[in-house]
Design a protein around this ligand. Sequence first.
Ligand code: 3HC
Length: 686
Amino acid sequence: MTTENQAVVTTKLATKLSKQVGIISIDYAPVNALSQAVRAGLVNALDALENNDDVKVIIICCEGRTFIAGADIKEFGKPPTTPFLPDVVNRIEACTKPVIASMFGTSLGGGFEVALACHYRVSLNQAKVGLPEVNLGLIPGAGGTQRLMRIVGPGQALDMITSGKHVIASKFVDTGLFDLLVDSELEKNTLTFAESLITNEKLTPIRVGEREVDSTGFDWAQAKVSVAKKARGKQAPLVAFDVLEKTQKLSIKDGMAYEREQFLILRDSEQSAALRHAFSAEKQAAKLSIDAQPAKVEFVGIIGGGNMGSGIATAFLSSGFKVQLIEQTSDALAAGLERIQNNFIGNVKRGRMSQQQVDGYLANLIGDVDYQTLAECDLILEAVFEDIEVKKELFNKVEQVCKANAVLATNTSYLDINDIANTMKRPEQLVGLHFFSPANIMKLLEVVQADKTSDAVIATAMSIGKKLRKTSVLVGVCFGFAGNRMYTRYGREVQQMLLEGASVEQIDTALTGWGMAMGPLAVQDLSGIDIGHNARSAQPFPKHDKGYFRAAATMVSAGRLGRKTSAGFYQYNEGKKKSAPEVETLLREKASELSIEQREFSAEEIVHRALFALIAEGLALLKAGIVQRVSDIDVIWLHGYGFPRYKGGPMFQAKQMGEQVVAEKLGELRAEFGEELWPEYIAGSL
Ligand code: 3HC
């Protein structure tokens, strides 16, 4: 890999055609990000080629896997260093010789801004471009808002900038964004294009910045409503809208000045820090400290075709795996296969896949009731009923038929994988693959390492997660693993607050208002209050915690199981949710029976208690070594439980508060509610 000290931008003169084309080549692995060295190198190279009388046209291209993928995220948070990116892009646009961007891979953020400042753009058709800054809590800060708006108009520019999506180059045919789109041989085609400029004497640079924005007929008011609706708590899309609207009639110079001002404000914002944390936490989570090579997995056996099993099968098929579904009876098998087909039909309806793609995936699906048909599978995963004896027996049967090196996986959400492994002949082959429902949609995958799971199996499991395009996090064995264990603690706190006098709506509104995707009580109604209740009933009741999920137990006793009975914490009328005054009465009675005093709650206190419950349990997970690193907990919460990404995750929140505040707050809660639930903070944990 290239280091900061090495020359990362080199210039060479193209010799194939004539010496009249100067090529600036950026080589800064892994994604040619615009570090200080790259920015300085670009300016120096441009100066050199502009001053070279032999050179008529300049090409900016990249080595490696992609054209520039953006500003260097590693530099954010450090003092800015010259040359600043806006000056670099302006230097490119001001060049007196035509500059061509030669684009492939993903030209993102600052990388796309460099390309927009070039006078011509040549790209591979399948390359992607985008201004994904909003995903990092930012807006483009080097002319992206200004130049894109001038080329494609405010509507498309706004859509790209506020969504941050990467768009395939071929979609821009006829927009003037690209001067040449090719299927292959980018280098050769760019050189030919450069040569044609020389031959045709088109040597006066055409500068996007000199154009005006054409916003004729564009409805800014309507666009504002739409951006605000989609922003869902995120600041950056709203700021992006403001920048585009306010600068539409300004010169590029004034427009860029306002854009930069807003970019710098956002760069120092809490949301941007949180979103940047989320980005790097995800990259970290994928890293393993073990040195083992993943095995090749192509053929996957899935036992159990219920909702979970069929969702998992859909996820594997959609990523090109061959799947063998196993069920106990032919009727159950037919139902499982139908569920998988229905998942795909849903994908086609929502425009996520074409029918042709689906036909290809389904051709890789087979089903049977005979375990013998699992003999050739590289991975065999069970998604059957949550009963440890059933699972032990299942793996016993699997081990009799599977290949010696097959990876064996359980999708259990709570059960003790060590206990299952201890009854197996090859316990080192067993791993937990904890998918989240619906498994074909949810991004999170907990890879659960049991005591005897081999490193090679872990490496294979993590690489399977990557192929499935999941965000995989390695965790250890405990009740509920990392995510559900914390979720239980969070749920406990919410339930306790109900007994202490907070209302159902108050709790859900406070937490969704803070940014959680759904209120925890609405979630319970959706998933069925009895499901968690039954799972908890199999565990000993925690004697120190007299209110432990008593609110849920009260609902179950009253036959209020959630949406499925049209009554849970809320009342449902034709699917429409409304408050249920009788629930408040039931909870008041329960509180009085347990001698829990009721009082008023503020939204702030509700959020504080729920968040600190997560932090306390996260700290306990770290202490027990269930997760590899503190940021892994955030990744789990961002991808599995609807924690607002722009808040970074519960442990990021704790880090932002600082160790001292966390220790103090935990101390206050401990003093009020006891040390079993609120452990002492151990310095250095965060
Ligand atoms: N700066 C520094 N490093 C970056 C980076 C960036 N902008 N983008 C990616 N990387 C690093 C990753 O951290 C990772 O490093 P690692 O191997 O040490 O973990 C490596 O590149 C490869 O990244 P991925 O694993 O994500 O590889 P993929 O092939 O899956 O994806 C990608 C590549 C599409 C470029 C993806 O990494 C991505 O989306 N990156 C973020 C791009 C981005 O947000 N750019 C805008 C930056 S903000 C900006 O430009 C502001 C400007 O307007 C002023």
